[in-house]
Design a protein. Structure first.
Length: 354
């Protein structure tokens, strides 16, 4: 059963796509076909499950197909304790599929089968506006911006959440292959970044936004909008962070990675869950990052969640529990000096905060 709502503003609500990751397995013998293992996934879906796995209250908002994969996804959400009261179902399209292959270092590459797909059919009127009253965080990614209709719906949801007092979070999670070949996604991305209080980018996404200018121009444009905190991750390198007043870096964890598919989503889930447990909202986010002890706690927890996820295969199935995160924090090798920038020693270790 899906979790029951409470009056407290403690929910992390994640909007967007839920899909099936088919993870490639090596052939059993030379000349034999590859096998593909079915895993539930999708960036915002991973974050919702990640928060629930860590012990938080999370909700997934989106459209699922009535096909067998939609049934599987709904069962997975409910099995992990994610609230599904705002999940809608449709017969008009099937579930999006992603075929995932892994390199020797666990780094993944995707082949997507989308559109058409059910998640693109969620409309503004499908939101339950009253449900935002108990939402602490509303989280989105750019895969729900790839067509005009779903982009408008995403922006409407962000507006509803901000109006209700929620912290609006965006992980760009840019997948260029999901955008039409003749469309530059940049204007739409900036339209969605503007209302986000918390922005998470990978190093590659930061470079994409800065390709026609500089990092300084990206920072200036972000902080002209609602953004209070920007976080940029880069695999095993140190995490970079900015507020309007300050910037710095934070350490990562060394683990033996096998699959980085849900790494960034687990990082975000850890961060959003930790924000929720400490009662940090949009209006207090910048102050939380100004406090060195609070900032270190937030980023260390997020980095540990991301790192652990890379040590297991799949997306939902790889996300860690709070106890596992605490164990890694207490025992795992890390670089703790926030003033020291630069990557960890180059080897096969990964952090999963991609």
């Amino acid at each position: 059963m899906s979790a029951q709502r409470t009056a407290a503003r403690t929910w992390v609500a994640c909007f967007g796509e839920a899909l099936i990751d088919f993870l490639a397995r090596p052939a059993a013998a030379p000349g034999q076909p590859r096998q593909f293992a079915e895993y539930a996934g999708g960036a915002p879906a991973n974050v919702a499950v990640g928060v629930a796995r860590l012990g938080g209250q999370s909700r997934f908002i989106g459209m699922l197909s009535t096909d067998m994969f939609g049934d599987f996804l709904l069962g997975q959400f409910q099995g992990y304790g994610v609230d599904t009261a705002q999940v809608r179902r449709t017969e008009a399209a099937r579930t999006a599929l992603a075929f995932v292959s892994l390199g020797l270092d666990g780094e993944r590459s995707f082949n997507f089968y989308r559109p058409p797909a059910a998640d693109l059919l969620f409309q503004p009127q499908d939101f339950d506006a009253e449900a935002f009253a108990d939402t602490a965080v509303f989280h989105v990614c750019s895969n729900s911006l790839t067509a005009p209709a779903i982009a408008g719906t995403t922006l409407h949801g962000m507006e509803l959440a901000a109006r209700a007092g929620a912290l609006v979070s965006m992980d760009l999670n840019l997948r260029p292959s999901l955008w039409p070949a003749d469309v530059d996604p940049t204007p739409t991305l900036w339209h969605a970044l503007a209302p986000a209080h918390l922005v998470k980018l990978s190093r590659e996404e930061f470079a994409f936004l800065a390709r026609d200018g500089s990092e300084e121009r990206v920072l200036a444009r972000l902080f002209e909008g609602a953004t209070q905190v920007l976080i940029v991750t880069d695999g095993p390198a140190r995490i970079r962070w900015w507020t309007r007043e300050a910037s710095g870096t934070a350490g990562t964890f060394a683990v033996d990675a096998v699959d980085t598919t849900a790494a960034g989503d687990a990082f975000v889930a850890g961060l959003l869950h930790r924000l929720g447990t400490q009662g940090i909202a949009a209006g207090t986010l910048a102050a939380a990052f100004a406090d060195a002890s609070t900032r270190e706690d937030l980023l260390r927890y997020a980095a540990a969640a991301g790192a652990l996820t890379t040590t297991r295969f799949g997306a939902f199935a790889a996300l860690p529990t709070h106890e596992q995160v605490r164990e890694l924090i207490e025992a795992g090798p890390r670089q703790d000096d926030p003033a020291q920038d630069g990557p960890l020693p180059a080897d096969s270790r990964r952090t999963g905060s991609r």
